[in-house]
Ligand binder design. Structure first.
Ligand SMILES: C[S@@+](CC[C@H](N)C(=O)[O-])C[C@H]1O[C@@H](n2cnc3c(N)ncnc32)[C@H](O)[C@@H]1O
Length: 300
């Protein structure tokens, strides 16, 4: 049964329900977790298993000591900021880690007092729900298409693209060798090598690959990892190189937000923004605010 047929059948059912009970039923459908098992498929289980493996190999903040620049940038944020990787930790896991005292959502404003303020949480990875949204709702059918994730880190986009899309090739570009090793271990363990390849390289050296890429994914790649002048050169390189007409660009945050922060002008006539329908429920972990940060562009 497709969406239109199901909607019709549901409307017919709701017409039969006592008027005074309709609100209760709709509230149950919207807020109860009793229907969530309908959304759990094998792909989600594979991603959960990969996340379990990665958690076992990483410290709680999922950052390596080799990321000195990123650690420093986070310390310089206006509000106290911690990295909680959303591919590895869902809301429920964060809650139980907070209960155990291993993690905290708040910091103390004056030591010893009850005056606390919320910590700023950032994630350097997409969550499994965001990946499902990107590959099942945002992007078209990717059969015979090549996807490149700029700054692939844990490899979340590569694993999400493998299970949720038919993309023929999924390339991850990553400058940090520790993360390249980690991704390669997962790719081999889960036998993803037929479609996934991790490249240890700076995106700015990948002219040939970017010229033939159909979908480029950029999840806040540079902000925490490169100094401003290097971010400017990297964006200029991408605007000049990723130019195949009709190819798609997925960014977090919007191009405007990233480029304005660096006072870089968007290359005229490079891309157009495409409308996105964010009204989709993908399970309890769906964060509508996070989905709205995901933008889609087409190269002109
Ligand atoms: C925010 S993470 C992106 C994570 C991943 N794409 C995802 O969505 O789950 C950014 C990653 O980009 C890498 N990176 C930063 N600058 C890069 C560059 N010029 N070339 C390749 N990787 C880069 C960083 O090392 C970091 O691991």
């Amino acid at each position: 049964m497709n969406f239109v047929e199901a909607k019709l059948e549901l409307q017919q059912l709701l017409n039969k329900v006592n008027l005074c009970e309709v609100g209760k039923l709709l509230d149950w459908m919207k807020n109860s977790d009793e229907l969530d098992h309908l959304l759990l498929d094998n792909n989600k289980v594979i991603l959960q298993n990969i996340a379990d493996d990665l958690r076992a190999r990483l410290p709680l903040d999922a950052m390596f000591p080799s990321e000195a620049a990123a650690h420093l940038k986070m310390q310089q944020c206006a509000r106290p900021t911690v990295h909680v990787d959303s591919f590895l930790y869902g809301d429920e896991q964060v809650d139980s880690l907070c209960e155990e005292g291993a993690m905290s959502r708040n910091y103390c404003l004056s030591c010893g007092s009850f005056r606390t303020a919320p910590l700023e949480f950032i994630s350097h990875s997409f969550s499994a729900t965001e990946l499902q949204f990107v590959f099942q709702n945002l992007l078209p059918d990717l059969r015979d298409r090549t996807v490149v994730d700029v700054g692939s880190r844990l490899g979340a986009v590569l694993y999400g693209g493998y299970v949720y899309s038919s993309a023929s090739r999924l390339f991850g570009l990553e400058v940090n060798e520790d993360f390249v090793r980690l991704q390669n271990d997962i790719v081999h363990k889960y036998k993803l090598c037929d479609r996934v390849q991790v490249v240890h390289a700076d995106v700015c050296t990948q002219e040939v690959l970017l010229q033939s890429t159909d979908v480029l994914i950029m999840n806040n790649v540079f902000e925490y990892f490169l100094e401003s002048s290097k971010q400017v050169s990297a964006w200029r390189f991408i605007m000049q190189t990723f130019r195949k007409t009709g190819s798609l660009l997925v960014t977090v945050p919007s191009l405007q937000e990233s480029l304005n922060a660096l006072q870089v002008a968007l290359e005229p006539g490079w891309v157009e923004e495409l409308p996105v329908d964010y009204n989709v429920y993908l399970g309890r972990d769906t964060d509508p605010e996070a989905l709205r940060q995901i933008h889609l562009y087409r190269v002109l």
